[in-house]
Structure formats: structure tokens, C-alpha cells
Design a protein around this ligand. Structure first.
Ligand code: PLP
Length: 407
């Protein structure tokens, strides 16, 4: 087991905690630890305690913590060119765009820094398409339980009932329908519709997979009406689901795909990809200070190359199955239900609304897991996770479940 330290935290830790708690704007309840170092599957806090990380920066650290390829890419690129200007092409930008078009069914890439920014870009492109080709249609239909980010427009796009009353007035032009309900989607499409946007697997919503017939049906519906199909693959992309992109599971090509999280392996980076026929923006309509930022481009290129060369989507498939099997073997003992997922995007239900308490207790046992809602635990480890890591994770999880069940 990890070396849980006993006694009072060091004065350095106390000072840092005080600074964090007093100076960082409150937006989330965070445990009273300060993370200092990461390597592979582990994080260390300033007290020297280690944590086996099954969240991986929220499905971000595809190659684990502080991977060598990112260190090398950053060192080399920062010595060469940190920033030119979004007004110029730069070398890693050209190379990375080409690499992504070769790995996907898309022809064009716009780069951003966050997932929400990539999604904003997708929405703007869909509205531009509506303006040019659909008589000014602007509405985008999304699904309940989905998640598309935290900018004002993406909070409007996200079908999360809890967000509904927040930050009014919302950005208009979004409709939400139940997920996996093709009839509801068909009914929602109107003259005003320019696009449908879904996550192939709803991640933040608790890991819900789109049915194959639903996805095929959406593609047909979009073709029938001449509207765009947008896949938000910010969580599912780059190997997470056992294929490089989740659309490959469905044999369906979206018109626009957004990527984030794993694409930078921890560096802020996102992308919106589309086909040549939707290469529609005029100068000034879309951009950003950090679009195609050289450091981000160099890191992204190195991360994507590593994911492909090390066949991490294969590892995600194999280890995802191994992890699900492990969870199933303890399911009865701990009343875990609905063990589900695709690749290394996995969740299960607890019999009680104890997920936040369980996640907090897991930290005490040196394990990081995500309470994605009151009774759902989600596991989204780095794609480099090994069988031994999964065994160790299950050991720590059982220890935690034993403790939580007895309070
Ligand atoms: C995380 C996430 C986003 C938002 O990405 P940010 O980088 O936090 O803006 C959007 N869509 C999906 C599916 C996500 O998982």
C-alpha cells in the first residue's frame, strides 16, 4: 500500500493549502492536498503520498503523467519557436494538420486550446453552413445527458437539467431531445435545423453508449434533410474507446468531429475537423490567439504519434475488458451494478448515493476515481494502464468499499 503519512502536514503544505483555499476562485470542492509530481500512472502530493490515477486528468493524460515524449517535444519546440502569430502558418501546425487528416476521414482542421472552444467552432461552422446552404437555418439539436463544455454557448448546448436555469439568458438556438431516441430526433428536426450534435458515448453523463441503429439513423436523417452530423469526440477520441475514434465503431462518418482532452496528453489543445465541402469560413469569422500555437502543435503531434505507434487503442480495448471483468468479479460482493463502457471509458452504479464519499475515501487509500454523479463511479485511466495497474486498482477499490460499507 502507499505510504500514507501520519501526523501534521509540513509547513510548506500548510502554506500552499492556505494560499489555494484563499486565493483560487472557488468553483469546486477539492481535497486538501497539493499535487506536486506525476509519473506514469501515479501522482504525488507535497506530503510525498502517491495516488494511482484512474481519472488521468479527466481522460486527458493518455500517455500517463509527465511522459517522455511530451518533455522532448516541448524542449525541442520551445528552443526553436514558442509563438509566431496566428496570422502565420508554422511548421508543427502544418505537420500536425496533415497528420490528423491522414488518420481520419476529414480534410480540414481548426485548432483551439479547450474542448469547449473546438465545440464553439463546430457550432459556428454549422450555423455558417445553415446561413449559406439552408436558408439561414441555425438550430442545433443535442441530447439530454450530454456534455459539451462550459462556455455560455456550450452550457446552452449541453442537455443537463441542472444547468437549465443558470446564467440566463442562455444562448438561443439549441434543442435537447432524449439520447438514443431516433423518433424524438426526427420530430425535432425542422426548417430551422442546421445540425445534430452528439457524443458517441456520453462521458460526463455517466458513460452511455449510442446504439448502432441510432447512429446509423442519425446519419440517414441528416442526409435526408441536408443537415450536418457533429460528433463531439473530446472524451471518446484518440484511442480511448478501443478504436482511434469512436465513429469507427459505428461505420458512420460525421461531417464535423471535435477533439480535445487526450489529443494534448495534458497540454491544452483541441481541434475541430471537417470535410473539404464545409471549408466555409471567411477571413475574420473564426480564429483565436492560440490557434495552431507551435508548442501545442508539437506536443499534439508527438502525443498522437505515440498513441498510434504504441497501438494504445488496442491496449484500451484489452485493458478495458480486463477492468470490466475485474469489476464484475467483485460486483456481487459490493452490489455494483450496470458495469458498462467502451475501451477505457467505464462506469458502474453503486447501490447507494455514496459515490462522492467513496471517491474521497479512495484518495485516503491512494486511489483516484471519479464520482460522475451521486451513485455513479467512472474510470478513465491513462491509455498506458497495465494489467498490474488494474489489479492494484481493484485491490485499493475493494479496501475502500469495505471501509465505506462499514460506516
Ligand atoms: C470535457 C469535454 C468537453 C469540454 O472540454 P473542455 O476542454 O473542458 O472545454 C466537451 N465535450 C466533451 C464530450 C467532454 O468530455
Amino acid at each position: 500500500m502507499p505510504n500514507r503519512s501520519v501526523g501534521a502536514p509540513s509547513s510548506e503544505t500548510m502554506e500552499l493549502l492556505e494560499a489555494a483555499e484563499n486565493a483560487v476562485l472557488f468553483t469546486a470542492v477539492r481535497p486538501a492536498v497539493i499535487m506536486e509530481k506525476g509519473e506514469g500512472m501515479y501522482l504525488w502530493d507535497t506530503e510525498g503520498r502517491s495516488y494511482l490515477d484512474f481519472i488521468g486528468g479527466w481522460a486527458v493524460n493518455a500517455l500517463g503523467h509527465s511522459p517522455h515524449v511530451i518533455q522532448v517535444a516541448l524542449a525541442a519546440q520551445s528552443a526553436q519557436l514558442v509563438n509566431a502569430s496566428p496570422g502565420f502558418y508554422n511548421k508543427p501546425m502544418a505537420q500536425f494538420a496533415k497528420q490528423l487528416t491522414e488518420l481520419t476521414v476529414f480534410d480540414r482542421v481548426f485548432f483551439g486550446s479547450s474542448g469547449a472552444e473546438a465545440n464553439e467552432s463546430a457550432i459556428k461552422l454549422a450555423r455558417k453552413y445553415g446561413a449559406v446552404h439552408r436558408g439561414g437555418a441555425y438550430e442545433i439539436i443535442t441530447t439530454l445527458g450530454g456534455f459539451h463544455g462550459r462556455t455560455l454557448a456550450m452550457m446552452s448546448a449541453t442537455g443537463k437539467p441542472y444547468w437549465e436555469p443558470l446564467f440566463a439568458p442562455k444562448v438561443p438556438g439549441f434543442r435537447h431531445v432524449p439520447f438514443n431516441d431516433l423518433d424524438a430526433m426526427r420530430e425535432a428536426v425542422s426548417e430551422q435545423t442546421c445540425a445534430i450534435m452528439i457524443e458517441p458515448v456520453q462521458g460526463e453523463g455517466g458513460v452511455h453508449l449510442a446504439d448502432p441503429a441510432y447512429v446509423t439513423g442519425l446519419r440517414e436523417l441528416c442526409d435526408e434533410h441536408g443537415i450536418l452530423l457533429i460528433f463531439d469526440e473530446i472524451q471518446t477520441g484518440l484511442g480511448r474507446t478501443g478504436k482511434l475514434f469512436a465513429y469507427e465503431h459505428y461505420g458512420v462518418e460525421p461531417d464535423i468531429m471535435t477533439l480535445g482532452k487526450g489529443i494534448g496528453g495534458g497540454f491544452p489543445l483541441s481541434a475541430m475537423l471537417t470535410k473539404e465541402r464545409y471549408n466555409l469560413f471567411e477571413p475574420g469569422e473564426q480564429g483565436g490567439t492560440y490557434t495552431g500555437q507551435p508548442l501545442a502543435m508539437a506536443v499534439g503531434q508527438a502525443v498522437v504519434r505515440a498513441i498510434v505507434e504504441q497501438q494504445l487503442s488496442e491496449n484500451a480495448k484489452e485493458l478495458g475488458e480486463y477492468l470490466q471483468a475485474g469489476l464484475k468479479s467483485i460486483a456481487k460482493r459490493y452490489q455494483l451494478a450496470n458495469i458498462r463502457g467502451l475501451g477505457l471509458l467505464i462506469a458502474f452504479d453503486l447501490s447507494q448515493p455514496a459515490a462522492p464519499r467513496l471517491a474521497a475515501a479512495a484518495m485516503e487509500n491512494g486511489l483516484i476515481i471519479n464520482a460522475s454523479s451521486a451513485s455513479v463511479i467512472r474510470l478513465i485511466p491513462p491509455l498506458i494502464v497495465s494489467h498490474a495497474d488494474v489489479d492494484e486498482m481493484l485491490k485499493r477499490l475493494c479496501l475502500t468499499l469495505d471501509a465505506v460499507q462499514h460506516v
